[in-house]
Design a protein. Structure first.
Length: 158
């Protein structure tokens, strides 16, 4: 009698992500497929895995530039939120700890062509959008981090 399939081993990743706000306190989210060819989608803030000897803040700024073409300086070394997230993508399993940093921009839109999306990212990224806190709170879409509207309320300017 065969037992249950073994749980696939997850790759641990440390990641930096940017909660990027514009002058109207709207946050930039990327819309992407949950996996290659999937009809399921979600929205998330830009960011990704730490490379080499980067700090999570450096990784967040680099990933933002790669994914959107927007350059920002993350001045606060301490994240505003940390969460652990397990997920599967392209047949690989990940156990990722995300460090979220708050940054501001005067830009109204990301660059027409992101600087350097990977082939995998090109296959899943559907677009981007600026969201107000009210939009986030009213949405039924899957948004990461799930508590983003509450985070923005706590860090709203003025």
């Amino acid at each position: 009698m065969a037992g249950p399939d073994p749980v696939p081993k997850a790759e641990f990743r440390l990641a930096g992500r940017v909660i990027l706000l514009d002058a109207d306190d709207r946050v930039l989210l990327i819309h992407e497929r949950s996996d290659i060819g999937s009809e399921q989608t979600h929205w998330l803030v830009p960011g990704g895995g730490v490379e080499h000897a980067e700090s999570t803040a450096e990784a967040a700024a680099r990933e933002l530039a790669e994914e959107t073409g927007l350059l920002v300086l993350i001045t606060d070394a301490e994240p505003v939120h940390i969460e652990r997230h397990s997920w599967s993508h392209a047949g690989k399993h990940f156990d990722q700890t995300n460090h979220y940093f708050l940054a501001r921009t005067a830009a109204r839109r990301p660059a027409a062509e992101p600087r350097s999306l990977t082939d995998l990212e090109k296959s899943i990224v559907l677009g981007w959008r600026w969201w107000s806190i009210e939009d986030l709170a009213a949405s039924t879409a899957e948004i990461w981090p799930a508590n983003l509207a509450d985070l923005l309320r706590r860090h709203r300017s003025g």
